[in-house]
Write a protein that binds this ligand. Sequence first.
Ligand SMILES: C[S@@+](CC[C@H](N)C(=O)[O-])C[C@H]1O[C@@H](n2cnc3c(N)ncnc32)[C@H](O)[C@@H]1O
Length: 290
Amino acid sequence: MITSLTEAPPAPPLRFAAPEGDVARTLLVPLWARAEEQRQPRPLVVDPWACAMVAAFDYDFGVLREAQASQLGCCVRAAQIDRWVRDFLRRHPDGTVIELGVGLNSRSARLDNQRARWVDVDLPEVIALRRAFFPDTARRTTLAMSITEPALYRQLAALSAHGPRLVLSEGVLVYLPPTEVRAVFDQLAHALAGAEVIFDLMRPPVLWCQRGHDAMRHFEAKFVWSEWSEAAVRGFAPTLTLATEVSFYSLLYAHPERLPLWMRWLGPQLADRLPDVRSLYTVLRGRFAA
Ligand SMILES: C[S@@+](CC[C@H](N)C(=O)[O-])C[C@H]1O[C@@H](n2cnc3c(N)ncnc32)[C@H](O)[C@@H]1O
């Protein structure tokens, strides 16, 4: 197992304002979730960088104090993706991991094996912040571009031309209109043929209920992309094969003691009567044909 914590968390004297863009600002939720997770006796994600970054923001993270389910949710999702990234790095220690909409995620530091290359992509205002914490190195490149820009995909192809690549996005595509998500998959399929891919997928009922979301109700950004089935995503990129789909429900309810009491009771009741509840939100892993 890779347990590298060789890159020290940033020292805290810097102060930062929260990002101004509505979508960019959402990075605060998973960042806060990973920082909170460090209070657990056995954190699902070990992320001292998140604590240092939360401490550096002039932002009242107290608004999220009731968001217990989202806190756990962000961490089980991150931990699942970490398992898949570690698996990729075990098979391809010199491969390239491309993270789209990376926010202030420390994955390229916390999973680094001292050999892989990392390409971290996000909007310019986010990358300006990110570079203060995670400077570029010989093996880590940060790109300040929207994932809707065609020029990005030419750069990704050039940066990862030397070997196996994994492209992932965590909690990002849901903020893009469906036509833009389609274009992202289409461009990935062409520019990164042969790459492995990881992303998360919501079903429409999650969007219908987002007003009641324990964390997102404090933010202006809205979830706008969902699909009834993963087959729709394969329609965006016919060369895409999806091998594994893990239900967020199963990840979340593996830790019922950490959920609010009402969710502990209601979730299993609903899932028994309406089994589709288990697949309302999933994390998927697949590959584009070479
Ligand atoms: C909820 S945050 C998730 C951040 C990170 N993946 C994590 O799990 O910590 C959503 C991120 O997607 C980024 N994002 C949204 N739309 C984007 C776009 N068009 N291009 C690049 N990044 C985008 C936001 O700036 C933000 O950092």
